[in-house]
Write a protein that binds this ligand. Structure first.
Ligand code: F0G
Length: 466
């Protein structure tokens, strides 16, 4: 069903930040100088930046006012108490470990609980969760539901496959599983939400087997909005009530508050287990800070205490999710296939389907990302074989990603719907000449996480598929 009737932005703008569209010639030059890697561009060279929704939110007037209330005391700051009280209310847990971003929460948790060789099943691990698990000697396992691979616009494609989870536990034995995580919304699977019934099932399975169940809940309020909108029995509940119910089923949460905290920095763990809290707090003191600030300034915690409340306002979420849907439908109209239904924080364009003349080895997602910049000054990110591909060190075989996607993540409260219209117009112009888009090859790459810093060049005919 097409939904074009998005509400107007439920805010007015009090401070503005100028953005500048360089000339096409300048954009071409900058792109070449950045070796066709959009991470290598300066933010000043970009007109609309859709690289990430993380740490890029606009703060409200209430958050800016809260900044001045920051208590910067080393121990027992008033700002921590506010932050803690807000988290206890929403997440229903007794203890709060502040940290400066989500990956630190993962590092703290996995350093503390993981034994070498233990598994951590997740609906789909986000890169840093996977990376931290591996780094601490664990084995990350993805168990997405079968619907997640479907091209149909089905609800709750972010769910975990609970039959597979049950089977996995029986096969490996509970002693070999450190914890079970559900990521809401499921970022790596298209920002798709997880239903309450799926959460309940995962929770029951974990309880039955005596396993710890945690959320990676960077986008919890977006997930709650989808439950309200699409799951029977939740239409009359508030986003707060739905969030509280979700968290009633888990032992604890790890949150990157740079997303649904509506702040530029922040993260935390919330949990009930006193013994685990003590162990986490010890490590926190070593690597982040005292347990009442953990790497955050007092003013950061003030801002988060307000942001975590604002993110649960219905009008805000309705605008947010509808803006993503609006952009998605306008891109479809401009001839770009996307992952459907549109999810919580981003549109994922299927560049593999859109540019069938570019083989996966020549990175169609990179080709499209470069075009978005050159055509309209828009920065997106390739999520395909530049990011996940490589060479198998044992066999020397090429590894390709399962899909060649381009992610357009929308910062919160930053761009208006006329920016969305501009993006769609750029997409249409790209479609009009899409057969001319070329593939790329990597000319220089670091050993790990090559997408951040690698250099690329256009595939001229001699690189074309033999
Ligand atoms: N978990 C999820 C689901 C995430 O999306 C992210 C970050 C993290 C954990 C790590 O949090 O960045 O605060 O350390 N996602 C960003 C993105 C970077 O662009 O999707 P962090």
């Amino acid at each position: 069903m097409k939904r074009y009737q998005q509400p107007a932005e439920p805010f007015r703008i009090k401070a503005v930040e100028s953005i500048k569209l360089l000339s096409r010639h300048e954009r071409e030059q900058r792109m070449a100088a950045a070796k066709y890697n959009l991470f290598r561009l300066d933010a000043e060279e970009i007109y609309i930046d859709l690289l990430t929704d993380s740490g890029t939110s606009a703060m409200s007037n209430r958050q800016w006012a809260a900044l001045m209330l920051g208590d910067e005391s080393y121990a027992g700051a008033r700002s921590f108490r506010k932050f803690e009280k807000t988290i206890k209310d929403i997440f229903g847990k007794k203890y709060v470990i502040p940290c400066h971003q989500g990956r630190v929460a993962e590092n703290l948790m996995f350093s503390t609980i993981l034994k070498h060789g233990q598994y951590i099943p997740n609906n789909t691990h986000f890169d840093t969760t996977r990376g931290n698990c591996l780094h601490k000697g664990g084995v990350p396992i993805d168990l997405p539901c079968a619907d997640s691979a479907s091209v149909e616009a089905l609800p709750f494609k972010g769910n975990m496959d609970t039959v597979a989870l049950e089977g996995f536990i029986k096969e490996k034995g509970t002693e070999n599983i450190a914890m079970v995580i559900v990521t809401i919304t499921n970022n790596s699977a298209g920002g798709q939400p997880v239903s309450m019934s799926n959460i309940r099932e995962v929770s029951e399975i974990c309880k039955r087997h005596g396993l710890m169940f945690y959320f990676d809940c960077a986008r919890f309020a977006e997930n709650a909005y989808f439950i309200k909108r699409d799951e029977a029995g939740y239409g009359n509940k508030s986003i707060r009530e739905i969030s509280q119910e979700m968290f009633s089923y888990c032992d604890g949460v790890m949150m990157s508050a740079k997303k649904d905290g509506l702040a530029n920095m922040g993260g935390f763990i919330a949990l009930n287990d006193r013994d685990l809290y003590d162990r986490l707090a010890e490590l926190l003191i070593l690597i982040e800070g005292f347990p009442t600030y953990g790497g955050l300034a007092g003013r950061d915690m003030e801002v988060l205490a307000v942001g975590l409340e604002e993110v649960m306002e219905f009008d805000y979420q309705d605008y947010r999710i509808e803006q993503v849907a609006y952009l998605g439908h306008r891109l479809i109209d401009a001839g770009m296939p996307i992952i459907e239904p549109t999810g919580g924080h981003a549109i994922f364009v299927d560049a593999g389907r859109y540019l069938p003349h570019i083989p996966a080895e020549q990175f169609p997602g990179q080709g499209l990302s470069v075009e978005f910049y050159v055509e309209g000054g828009i920065r997106t990110v390739e999520i395909g074989s530049v990011m996940f591909g490589g060479v198998n060190p044992e066999t020397g075989e090429k590894i390709l990603a399962p899909k060649e996607l381009v992610r357009m993540a929308l910062p919160r409260r930053v761009y208006t719907n006329s920016h969305m219209d501009y993006i769609a117009d750029v997409a249409q112009r790209i479609t009009n000449r899409k057969d001319e888009i070329k593939g790329y090859h990597i000319t220089r790459e670091p050993q790990f996480l090559r997408h951040f810093m690698c250099e690329l060049a256009v595939c001229e005919p001699e690189h074309a598929r033999a």
